[in-house]
Write a protein that binds this ligand. Structure first.
Ligand code: AHR
Length: 350
């Protein structure tokens, strides 16, 4: 073969090899069932405490016990994702799994817990509605010798005595991160309306604190109003409609969750305003609708708060049954979504 023919053959071989290599890559990229390198839906955790609860080995496995889950409401995508994650894991891993829905009432959450204890649960997982108010439920569990695991929200009590551990996001940090984005995108001045979450709940209290930790350093930014929308879209919209009348010159909205932010966006649009342009909107959660609102340019940013507690809760209960020391706080790490990355994560959202 001449040198010219050989180099033409080599070039052709290289092109064919490249095409052969590209075909499967293309197929993989288009295959919606392909497993991503990183499972972004899964919670990522870090231990930020040196305090541990030391339990004795029980000689039991998850398959030997009944686990009860007290959910406080099921009225938004975040709650539904959390409930489904617990159910999927509970039905797969526990001997028996039961769950209740307190329908946004702390008193009902207490009686739900009492009912589950009466049904003979061995372990209790609670997503508390309010920080205070669950003491009778925690006391009933203690009296019955049922260990309690808190997920997502905190409740008043002492770790290792009233509950084993709290697993959840750092809500203060979530508020701080969203505030930082707002400061950078508002030009360090302007008027902010805060849509507060459920009064008395740990995420609302902490997200308010975190936001102020940052905003208080910028005298040009003023929180002109703060009112509860109870973490719901409908109330978020209603409250925003009223506040817009009182503060038509508002520059930004900080909603404690995505549902209220989406309600506020609707209120702004109904009032002829342009959310994302003349009024910046930020929130917390990372729901599918919120990521779509970012892509559409109406929501500026949302800090993730991952609701998929099933695997973490059952892994932790399993360790407890085996007598492993359990950290009194297990912190879920959050991502941050803006127009730079929302489209890359929407397929993992709920
Ligand atoms: O406790 C977490 C908060 O509760 C989520 O931000 C909200 O959407 C939910 O109802």
């Amino acid at each position: 073969m001449s040198l010219e023919k050989l180099s033409r053959w080599l070039a052709l071989t290289a092109i064919v090899a490249l095409l052969v290599a590209l075909v499967p890559m293309q197929l993989f990229a288009q295959d919606p069932t392909a497993t991503p390198a990183v499972d972004y839906a899964k919670q990522r955790t870090k231990i930020t405490t040196s305090a541990f609860c030391q339990a004795q080995p029980t000689g039991l496995t998850l398959k030997d016990i009944t686990v009860g889950f007290s959910q406080m409401e099921n009225n938004n995508p975040w709650r539904i994702a959390e409930t489904e994650s617990m159910k999927a894991e509970g039905e797969k891993r526990a001997g028996k799994y039961i769950a209740t829905d307190a329908q946004a009432q702390t008193a009902k959450q207490v009686s739900d817990v009492e009912d589950m204890i009466a049904q003979g649960i061995d372990v209790l997982v609670i997503a508390p509605r309010e920080y205070e108010g669950l003491t009778p439920a925690l006391e009933a569990a203690k009296a019955a010798g049922v260990p309690v695991f808190l997920v997502d929200r905190e409740a008043k009590g002492t770790p290792c005595e009233d509950f084993i551990t709290f697993m959840g996001s750092n809500f203060i940090e979530e508020g701080e991160r969203v505030a930082q984005w707002l400061v950078e995108n508002m030009g360090e001045k302007g008027k902010v309306i805060e849509l507060y979450g459920t009064i008395g709940s740990s995420p609302a209290m902490d997200r308010a604190t975190g936001f102020r930790n940052v905003i208080s350093k910028y005298p040009g930014i003023e929180i002109v109003a703060s009112q509860s929308g109870d973490f719901t879209r409908a109330l978020g919209q209603q409250v925003m409609e009223q506040l817009l009348q009182a503060y038509p010159d508002v520059n930004a909205v900080y909603a404690h969750n995505d549902e209220m932010a989406l309600g506020a966006i609707q209120a702004l649009k109904d009032a002829g305003r342009k959310p994302g342009q003349d009024v910046l909107v930020v929130s917390i959660d990372g729901t599918r609708d919120a990521l779509q609102a970012i892509i559409d340019g109406e929501l500026g940013a949302t800090c993730e708060c991952n609701p998929r507690f099933g695997p973490l809760a059952f892994d932790t209960i399993e360790k407890f049954l085996a007598g492993e020391p359990i950290p009194t706080k297990i912190t879920v790490e959050d991502m941050f979504f803006t127009k730079e990355n929302a489209k890359d994560f929407i397929e993992f959202a709920y």
